[in-house]
Design a protein around this ligand. Structure first.
Ligand SMILES: [Zn+2]
Length: 431
């Protein structure tokens, strides 16, 4: 079961309540709903809060989706889980559109002026806005959950593989069957080194296997420098031939060079690491190899939030995940600032941007609409509102979008915070 986050009457985080207790508190009027997403209760004044054991927040950063999990290290209970979808591509697209608009405007108005470029200074540690937004999203959620749960430590999957181990592997020749964990680190390392594609046919998005460049039957070693990544058809077709005999002499040469700059493979993760360290919470880091090993050893399926729960050496022996489901969080941005909208060629053609507040509501607010029986749209709808200047708005509920609900029937439940939420599928309760 997912636990329910709780704060006391002075908004200090309390121990998360099991769902049964949360229902009991709500039914008896001993607590009120403080926030819908993430679902958080506020205990009444004088309500005795349970002793709050410190929890660990675990993060598995991804380029599209970041897995989040709050875990009680002492009991192994996954208290809360989330999957945060970033809007990196959307930001990139919008910046490109803005650039095109500006360029076209300059063409129209000041064509005698040569374009200027590379005339901006970048501060050290600058990251592209699309990456910056991923870091900001993650930090937002760390800060948010700290307000609703007693989080005492952080875990972050920092790198794909153990750099130390792997550098030794290439230089001193550590073999890939040394220890259970090493096998996982080597796999992650090889995936990075060979660009996550089959070294022979360059296929991506297929199951990839560890492949011996000089096969074992020909006395090829298990050393990392003799390993590559191949899809099953290529692996089978190659059989007992060496890469050279298979028609790929370049593989043998490429295998000799160790992966350069293994530490800086992922700049975003390191930037996130620095900023999480600045929160002052103790920060544990783990490798992707360790995450996968932890998850496989515990027999858990691959999802972003379970990966997050399995980050780091601190992962409890048994993770209690029965009935836990993630909150699916999607970054939406807050508003467009463009005042004059344009056609595809960048010429202003539409009406100026309409007001963003209609009847006291904004796009992105979570509302409850009670439409009276005399109306065509009669019913009760709870969801995210998209306001229209006419007052006739759209509400996206769990089951679909309802159009043309007037703003006068809507009452806000939670104000827009730049994200939209859906409930993810929960793991089955254990038998
Ligand atoms: Zn292949």
């Amino acid at each position: 079961m997912s636990y329910v986050l709780a704060v006391d009457h002075e908004k200090r985080p309390c121990a998360p309540a099991p769902p049964g207790r949360a229902r009991h508190l709500l039914n008896r009027g001993r607590a009120a709903v403080y926030r819908r997403y993430p679902f958080t209760l506020m205990l009444r004044e004088g309500e005795r809060a349970e002793e709050a054991a410190p929890l660990r927040m675990k993060i598995d950063p991804g380029s599209k989706t970041t897995g989040l999990a709050v875990v009680n290290d002492a009991t192994g209970q996954v208290v809360w889980a989330g999957e945060l979808t970033h809007r990196g591509q959307q930001i990139r697209d919008r910046l490109l559109a803005r650039r095109a608009c500006r360029r076209s405007r300059r063409q129209r108005h000041t064509r005698y002026r040569p374009p200027r470029f590379l005339n901006r200074r970048r501060s050290s540690g600058w990251l592209p806005p699309s990456l910056e937004s991923r870091i900001a999203n993650t930090l937002t959620w760390v800060e948010r959950l700290r307000r609703f749960a007693p989080i005492g430590a952080l875990s972050l999957e920092l790198v794909q593989f153990d750099t130390q181990l792997m550098q030794n592997a290439e230089i001193a020749g550590v073999e890939y069957h040394q220890g259970e964990l090493a096998g996982y680190e080597v796999r992650q390392y090889l995936l990075e080194k060979w660009g996550r594609k089959c070294a022979y046919c360059k296929a991506t998005q297929v199951p990839l296997q560890i492949e011996h460049i000089v096969p074992q039957v020909r006395h090829g070693s298990n050393r990392v420098s003799n390993l590559t990544i191949a899809c099953k058809p290529c692996n089978d077709a190659k059989g007992t031939r060496t890469a050279e005999e298979f028609g790929h002499p370049e593989i043998q040469a490429q295998a000799k060079a160790p992966l350069r700059d293994a530490a800086a493979v992922n700049a975003t993760r390191w930037a996130l690491f620095q900023r999480l360290k600045a929160t002052g919470l103790p920060l544990e880091t783990g490798t992707g190899g360790r995450t996968k090993w932890n998850r496989t050893m515990r027999g858990l399926p691959k999802t972003h939030w379970l990966d997050a729960a399995c980050v780091g050496a601190s992962t409890p022996k048994t993770l209690k995940t029965a009935g836990v489901g993630p909150l699916l969080i999607t970054a939406m941005g807050r508003h467009a600032r463009q005042m004059r909208r344009t056609d595809a060629q960048g010429f202003p053609d539409k009406a100026a941007k309409a007001t963003s507040v209609v009847g006291g509501l904004r796009t992105g607010d979570i509302v409850r609409a009670v439409v009276p029986a005399r109306s065509v749209k009669a019913g009760v709808y709870v969801g995210r509102i998209a306001v229209r200047a006419t007052g006739s708005c759209n509400i996206t509920t769990a089951t679909g979008t309802v159009q043309g609900v007037h703003v006068r029937y809507c009452r806000p439940l939670q104000r827009s915070d730049g994200y939209t939420y859906t409930k993810g599928a929960a793991l089955p309760p254990q038998a």
